[in-house]
Every structure is written in structure tokens, then in C-alpha cells.
Ligand binder design. Structure first.
Ligand SMILES: Nc1nc2c(ncn2[C@@H]2O[C@H](COP(=O)(O)OP(=O)(O)OP(=O)(O)O)[C@@H](O)[C@H]2O)c(=O)[nH]1
Ligand SMILES: [Mg+2]
Length: 329
């Protein structure tokens, strides 16, 4: 199961108690206080691991870090509880479920966030020795670790986001551009979960997010709905992928209008991003007319590209334009 949203009950480790103990040494009849302090409880820390793209590895809802050990004799402090490091994908937003506020947004490689502090350890009786009290019967208990109920939500961070109807060829373009393997199929909704890969060369590394297809009324939960659009909320550039064989001759801009309307219903802000329109499957000669028809009604010929994701035609020019846009944005 792909998980891009989970809720967790977390708690740092409890601090160990301080203890009461006395020095027991030969030839010293009245040994002084020797009870050590408790160790600190472990912290819970979230850390970005760029190899992850979901929260699949989280099997338990309740997670607690290790407790600190109680103090020991001979003024020895108990061991600190181990810190618990939870690896999460890049783009994880942490929300406190009680206050409903966002606590942090993990947006950088290897970034860490201290979510629940471990409790401090108590004091042993050795700590309370003073000139007026040479044999204190006093100790304190360790403190409970910090407790939080949080929701982790993934909003992928990529340079480019691919949007289009099912079957438009998004995943084919994704794998042609990045040389990565992904599921491609001659049927709608082949892609069920978002994916990220990179266009790499010696000069640059551009990340691309492939998401499931969108259909009319996706905002009413048709198809796979719109919740996947959160994975393109943080991309810098959008590519609208249109299959030339499905262009309506009487209304050539119909597909692009529907896509934009659906996105607008999810979040109008997404539409403010720079975008390119990609006419895909240009190798299908019998539909060449549709490209002309589309071009005649489209206003901005400069952000329009004709490609074949399958035959890898027109991709160099597309990559060049994308890199230029990234430079100037
Ligand atoms: N002829 C031709 N076929 C293509 C091209 N690009 C994709 N296809 C085919 O179109 C079908 C759908 O491709 P996908 O890449 O899975 O489409 P998608 O947009 O990712 O679809 P969903 O994941 O279902 O939203 C597959 O059979 C591809 O082989 C192209 O440039 N030319
Ligand atoms: Mg796909």
C-alpha cells in the first residue's frame, strides 16, 4: 500500500530516576551519599532520506524512544536512552494534530527535525549533599518524554510535474527523459502512485514527478481524484501532456481546459506556475492534422512542443527549454 499521509503517536523516552545509595567502603564507617542521577530519555528525530517516496516503512502508529536508565551506586549516572531516528521522504510536512498547526517542513537533503525531546533524568542523593545536609535522603524522578500526535504528509519536491489525462503518455515521457523504468500501459490509470526520477548530465540534475492521470470531475472524486495534485504543488514547472490522437477537432483546446479547470478546483495557485504544453504521440502520422488544428487555436506557440515520448522525438529541445526556464525562474 502506498502511504503518503500517516498519523502517529510519538513520545520521547522517559528520563531515568535518581537513586538513594550510600558509600560502602572499608575503613570509612559513615559513607556519604552515592546515589547517581538518572540518564536522559532518547529523543525522536525525523530525518530526510531521499531514497524514500512514501511512508510505507511505518508499520506502527505508536512509537516511543528508549528510556534513560536509573541512576546507579557509586555516583554513577544511568545511561541515556538511544535517540530514535525516523527516516522520512523529502517533502514531508509535519502537522501537530492537537493544535492543527504545521510544525515543520522537511525540504532539504539530510535535513533533521527534533520532534519529541526525551525527558531529563532525576537526581540521585549524591547531588543533594551540602554542608548542612551531609546525608540527604532525597532523590528526584526522571521526567516523561515529550508527547506528540502528528500527521506526516508528503508533498513531493520536484522541478517538473507532469499532468495530463490517463494514457496521454506521461509515464512514457518520464521514463524516456530519465532513463528510469516505470509502469506504462495501454489503458487508463496505469500509474497509481507518484514517482520521482532525474534527468542527469554533467551540468545539471532536474527532478521530475510523474503522477496519476486526471479526468473531468476528478474534483468530485472521479477516477483517482485530485489528492495526488499535492505532489505537484511544489514543482517549479508544469508540463501538460496532450495525446494528439484524442484532440477534439471542433474544440481542440478542450483537454487543456478541462485539466486547468480541475487543477483550479484543487488549488488555483498551481496554475500560476510556468508551464509548457506538450503534444505527444507525434509519431502517429494519421493524427498530424490535429497538431495543426491545435496550433491554430492555441495562443502561445512558444510554449508548445510536439514530441514523441515513445520514439524519443523532440526531447532534446524540450530539455533545453526546461533548463533555460529553471535558470530564469
Ligand atoms: N505511438 C505512441 N504511443 C505512445 C507515446 N507515448 C505513450 N504512448 C503509449 O500510450 C499508452 C499510455 O502511455 P503511459 O505512458 O502509460 O500513459 P500515462 O499518461 O502515464 O497514463 P496513466 O498512468 O494511466 O495516467 C502506452 O501504450 C504507451 O506506449 C508516443 O509518443 N507515441
Ligand atoms: Mg502513467
Amino acid at each position: 500500500m502506498f502511504k503518503d499521509k500517516i498519523s502517529l503517536n510519538l513520545q520521547g523516552g522517559r528520563g531515568g530516576d535518581g537513586i538513594i545509595s550510600w558509600r560502602k567502603e572499608k575503613y570509612i564507617p559513615k559513607g556519604g551519599p552515592a546515589g547517581g542521577d538518572g540518564g536522559k530519555g532518547g529523543d525522536i528525530i525525523l530525518e530526510v532520506d531521499t531514497n524514500l517516496i512514501s511512508f510505507e516503512k511505518f508499520k506502527k502508529k505508536v512509537i516511543k524512544a528508549e528510556n534513560g536508565e536509573h541512576g546507579k551506586t557509586k555516583k554513577q549516572t544511568g545511561k541515556n536512552g538511544k535517540n530514535l531516528i525516523l527516516k522520512v521522504p523529502l517533502g514531508t510536512v509535519i502537522k501537530d494534530l492537537k493544535t492543527k498547526k504545521n510544525l515543520f517542513d522537511l525540504t532539504k537533503k539530510n535535513e533533521k527535525y527534533l520532534l519529541c525531546k526525551g525527558g531529563i533524568g532525576g537526581r540521585g542523593n549524591a547531588y543533594f549533599k551540602s554542608s548542612t545536609n551531609r546525608a540527604p535522603y532525597k532523590f528526584t524522578r526522571g521526567i516523561e518524554g515529550e508527547k506528540k500526535e502528528v500527521e506526516l504528509e508528503l508533498k513531493l519536491i520536484a522541478d517538473i510535474g507532469l499532468v495530463g489525462f490517463p494514457n496521454a503518455g506521461k509515464s512514457t515521457l518520464f521514463s524516456s527523459l530519465t532513463n528510469s523504468k516505470t509502469k506504462i500501459g495501454d489503458y487508463p490509470f496505469t500509474t497509481l502512485i507518484p514517482n520521482i526520477a532525474y534527468i542527469k548530465n554533467s551540468l545539471f540534475k532536474i527532478s521530475i514527478a510523474d503522477i496519476p492521470g486526471i479526468i473531468k470531475d476528478a474534483h468530485k472524486n472521479k477516477g483517482l481524484g485530485l489528492s495526488f495534485l499535492r505532489h505537484i504543488e511544489r514543482t517549479s514547472i508544469l508540463l501538460f501532456i496532450i495525446d494528439i490522437s484524442s484532440i477534439d477537432k471542433k474544440n481542440p483546446l478542450k483537454d487543456i481546459k478541462i485539466l486547468k479547470e480541475e487543477i483550479k478546483k484543487y488549488s488555483p495557485k498551481i496554475l500560476k506556475k510556468p508551464f509548457l504544453v506538450i503534444l505527444n504521440k507525434s509519431d502517429k502520422k494519421e493524427f498530424k492534422d490535429n497538431i495543426k488544428i491545435f496550433k491554430n487555436s492555441y495562443f502561445d506557440i512558444n510554449n508548445l512542443f510536439e514530441i514523441s515520448a515513445l520514439k524519443k522525438i523532440g526531447l532534446k529541445k524540450l530539455i533545453l527549454t526546461i533548463t533555460n526556464m529553471m535558470h530564469f525562474n
